[in-house]
Write a new protein. Structure first.
Length: 618
């Protein structure tokens, strides 16, 4: 396969396919370009040219390497599939890149075939000679075997798919019938049409089809999608018995391609940090004065005896803050748990409780598995998610959209802020205060104040940049916080690890003396997050590090003489009026600090090594 995981998850690999009168190769390459933000290590396309020959071009490295390979070649085509791969099975090289081809068939694949080893052994014994080390080629072998037995393309697809285990999406181009077929289980897949130009599309991400497809279709698991110029509707859908089915969700395409433009910003990550104040204002408008009010009321109408909250990476840290809102303001017990661990410990799920799932993409494999377990246990499920129409959105009983827009930078920034704020809105809805205008006005004012303060904070970026220049060469960083600042200590350390490739850990400040303080010396930086809450205890913890010659970088209340004297570097901020939203505010400093340290390190900030924006395998 070709896709693995990271902070918050989606599928990393990108798939794009097209049939139509326009040049399919150019359309597929444009779709793949839009999915570069996910992270990948190779790219390839396969198409049927005007002489009806099946061609394949693939290259390790960036998409530009593939485009260079295509330069000077006549690749006009009306049918094409393409892929960007994030390696799991098999090293990064041209051979293991996708698509894979045998006879008149080429395929691309996202996911993992869990029984690939046993199938590979069986197929090899039957005479199939594997060209790559990928599990993906196992499906190609199965498919060619079924076709060789005389089965139709449709039946061969269904029968081959029934033999593979695990979560996967396959898109197949067949030269013999001039058609594309796609099928998936537990992996993202979207089809689209442009009726005006008689075009049909398939992709792993609707964003790849923005401005191309006017209508989108999200097929359910095990639904076979049949793209053909001969189809009256361009795309037909069949169940696992080969019968026509309506097991798909359709919606108008309303996504814009604007976010791919960095504008005047050097990196998408910096642009997305700067977008946060306006997104906060927009979120308030949507939920208090727009169409989101009804979904907020609906989400608050069921008050569970307990929330089982699951998420991964950054979304999990956002969940820790949402837990505090739900327990403080609603007195509802909330058990946050990493989605990758949730179902494997056989959790106790009781009727009347609810599953709460936090995700940027809505396609994170572990989070989807946790949601499925809760549904099987007859729990109501609710998502806090960014992508309308994603698998998580479709599978949950209720959904609250965070409305962060497309997040291109692999290291999540604006999604974290929007997730936490949407969780605060959920808390308001569950408290029965949503109907009280005075309560809504109070929270609206607090959101507005947060946006205003972040605007001011961003205007001070030069101060943060100067601090970053002074500390970026230190060997390690300990982020510490207490109470509501502990989750953003975890998140701050994660951001630095992701994009600067330096050792960084987040700790509850009071836990340092129980082991981690042994690591402190004059080359370790303590990024101390200090808020008005538990102030004296937090300062005492900083003193412990100072006494052991650690470098102190304090982010805390402005104009505080004691903090300034204690710190080697001090960035003061104004917490007044923010109260429970203060962790979001302090985290913006974390984001900018990580960004500038990474910039001084010279790393690829938007596409850090070994990471992908989407995580669709476990």
């Amino acid at each position: 396969m070709n896709c693995a995981l990271r902070t918050e998850g989606i599928y990393m690999c990108g798939i794009v396919g097209h049939i139509g009168p326009k040049d399919s190769v150019d359309i597929v390459l444009e779709g793949l370009r839009r999915l570069e933000y996910r992270g990948y290590d190779s790219a390839g396309v396969s198409f049927i040219d005007e002489s009806n020959n099946l061609q394949i071009f693939k290259k390790s490295g960036k998409l530009d390497n593939l485009k260079s390979t295509l330069e000077g070649k006549d690749y006009t085509a009306r049918m094409c599939i393409g892929h960007t791969r994030w390696a799991t099975h098999g090293e990064v090289n041209d051979t293991n890149s996708h698509p894979h081809m045998k006879d008149h068939i080429s395929i691309v694949h996202n996911g993992i075939i869990e029984n690939a080893a046993s199938l590979r052994k069986e197929l090899a014994a039957g005479g199939y000679e594997f060209q790559s080390d990928t599990d993906s080629e196992v499906f190609l072998s199965l498919l060619t075997r079924e076709l060789a037995s005389g089965k139709s393309f449709k039946q061969a697809m269904l029968d081959s798919f029934s033999l593979v285990e695990g979560n996967s999406a396959f898109v197949v181009l067949n030269q013999d019938v001039l058609e594309i077929m796609a099928i998936k289980k537990g992996a993202p897949l979207v089809c689209g049409i442009n009726e005006i130009d008689s075009e049909a599309f398939v992709s792993s991400d609707p964003y790849a089809l923005a401005g191309m497809a006017s209508q989108l279709y999200f097929p359910a698991d095990n639904v076979l999608c049949h793209l053909s110029a001969k189809n009256k509707n361009l795309i037909n859908f069949y169940d696992d018995k080969g019968e026509p089915t309506d097991k798909y969700m359709s919606k108008k395409q309303d996504m814009s391609v604007g976010p791919t433009d960095k504008g005047d910003f050097e990196h998408f990550m910096l642009k997305e940090i700067h977008e946060q104040p306006e997104l906060i204002r927009s979120l308030t408008q949507f939920y208090f004065h727009g169409e989101g009010l009804e979904s907020l009321k609906k989400a608050g109408s069921f008050k569970p005896s307990k929330f089982h909250m699951t998420a991964c990476g950054t979304a999990y840290y956002a969940g820790l803050l949402i837990r505090d809102f739900l327990e403080t303001y609603n007195k509802i017990p909330c058990a946050p748990e990493l989605a990758s661990e949730f179902r494997y410990r056989n959790p106790l799920l009781i009727e009347g409780e609810s599953g709460l799932f936090i995700s940027q993409s809505g396609e994170t494999a572990d989070t989807l598995a946790a949601q499925e377990l809760c549904t099987e246990s007859k729990l109501k499920t609710l998502s806090i998610v960014n992508v309308d129409g994603s698998t998580l959105f479709r599978n949950c009983d209720n959904n609250l959209l965070i409305r962060a827009g497309i997040e291109i930078g692999v290291a999540s920034t604006k999604a974290f802020t929007q997730q936490v704020l949407t969780g605060r809105l959920l808390s308001l809805a569950l408290s029965d205060e949503l109907s009280e205008e005075s309560k809504r006005v109070k929270l609206t004012s607090k959101f507005s104040l947060l946006a205003e303060k972040i605007d001011h904070l961003i205007s001070r970026s030069k101060e943060i940049k100067d601090i970053a220049e002074s500390v970026y060469n230190h060997k390690g960083f300990f982020y510490t916080g207490r109470g509501i600042y502990y989750p953003v200590a975890l998140e701050g350390a994660l951001k630095l690890k992701e994009i600067a490739y330096v050792h960084a850990e987040g700790y509850a400040a009071g836990e340092l003396k129980h082991g981690p303080i042994a690591m402190i010396d004059e080359d370790m930086v303590n990024v101390a997050l200090v808020g008005p809450e538990l102030f004296e205890k937090t300062v005492s913890n900083i003193q412990e590090i100072k006494a052991r010659k650690g470098v102190i970088l304090t982010i805390g209340p402005k104009d505080h003489e004691e903090l300034e004297e204690l710190s080697d570097y001090y960035f003061g901020i104004d917490f007044d009026g923010l109260e429970e939203l203060s962790p979001i505010y302090i985290n913006i400093v974390n984001q900018l600090l990580a960004y500038y340290i990474a910039k001084y390190k010279g790393t690829d900030i938007d596409k850090p090594r070994n990471l992908a924006k989407s995580v669709t395998v476990e």
